[in-house]
Design a binder for this molecule. Sequence first.
Ligand code: FAD
Length: 326
Amino acid sequence: MLNQIDPQLTIELERFEKKAYSRGWKLITPSKEEIKLNFVNHGYVSARIDFDNFLFQLAKKKSDISFFEDHYIKSVERKDDLVLCTTQSGELFQTKLIIGCDGAHSVVKKLSSDHFVDHMHYSGAVRAYYKNVSSIEKDIIEIHLSKNFLPGYFWIFPVSDTISNVGFGMLSSDIIKRKIDLKKAIKEIIEEDETLSKRFLGAELLGEIKGFGLPLGGKKRKLSGDNFMLCGDAASLIDPLNGEGIGNAMLSGLKAGEIAIKAVKTSNFSSNFLSAYDNDINAKLLPELKQKLFFQKLFNRPWLINSLVYIGNRNKFLREWLGKKL
Ligand SMILES: Cc1cc2nc3c(=O)[nH]c(=O)nc-3n(C[C@H](O)[C@H](O)[C@H](O)COP(=O)(O)OP(=O)(O)OC[C@H]3O[C@@H](n4cnc5c(N)ncnc54)[C@H](O)[C@@H]3O)c2cc1C
């Protein structure tokens, strides 16, 4: 995505130091069958605080952007073809077009009639940083499926030689139905698994375990309206199978930017005009997100995952297919 936005960003990313090289991933099934799959291209793991700051500092070099840091938008309302934003400290901003890139708990999203959480299309996740988890392959990310916690997965992503991002995410409807406490679940998964418990024996938890919401894609939603467009998590564009949303957030930002230029040129900020953004995003992302949603429901069956991985380990074509589809 960085390359699509501006090839220079890829060069900058290579220079950026706070990242760990990743060549592929390992899936460990409920029956402890393992499969290792290479990424089509290599990847990087980086703590979001570092990666987001890397992007933010690059954006700050653009002379035609004004930044207002530490301005928390408390409310957003539409009045006479304008959007009025009030900050926590009481300042007022007004605009003809607002692009909501304000994440899972978006304030801008409230301009849309489609802003309610649908727990069938929403996940909860917790993440922690651990030091000295043993038997780490530092260029491989790990996904563990535990039969007691499906549909969901536990991950270990090495971010440096000694530190790993460890987390667990699950579909919200199941969290609610089964009254799961994610912070307890992450510890239970480690303690109840013979291999994981040994690997975490000498590991140290750094800081707190933190929880977040993930608005999942795969369902057609309204992404724009009079005077506004929504991007990334505010538009619920997270991959419902693997929980990845950074790429889609960037793609939607790029597309919203392109439509915004046209809207400014024609001075047209109507819902009708901005629906070109919905059409663009739905054409680019919805088929894949729907396919991932189908897989999410399918992989709720431990026997199926166990069998697929068992056969995949013995069949090159299935292995390659899994590598591409997951
Ligand atoms: C535990 C966890 C692990 C994940 N792991 C991955 C992964 O490995 N790979 C991947 O691709 N995706 C991952 N995701 C998903 C990914 O984090 C999101 O899809 C992505 O961050 C969406 O980007 P965004 O810009 O839409 O929202 P965000 O990254 O949430 O950014 C929103 C921004 O808006 C600001 N903001 C919010 N409200 C206001 C307000 N009222 N006023 C002013 N500013 C505001 C926030 O401070 C923030 O800077 C993970 C999510 C979770 C919860």
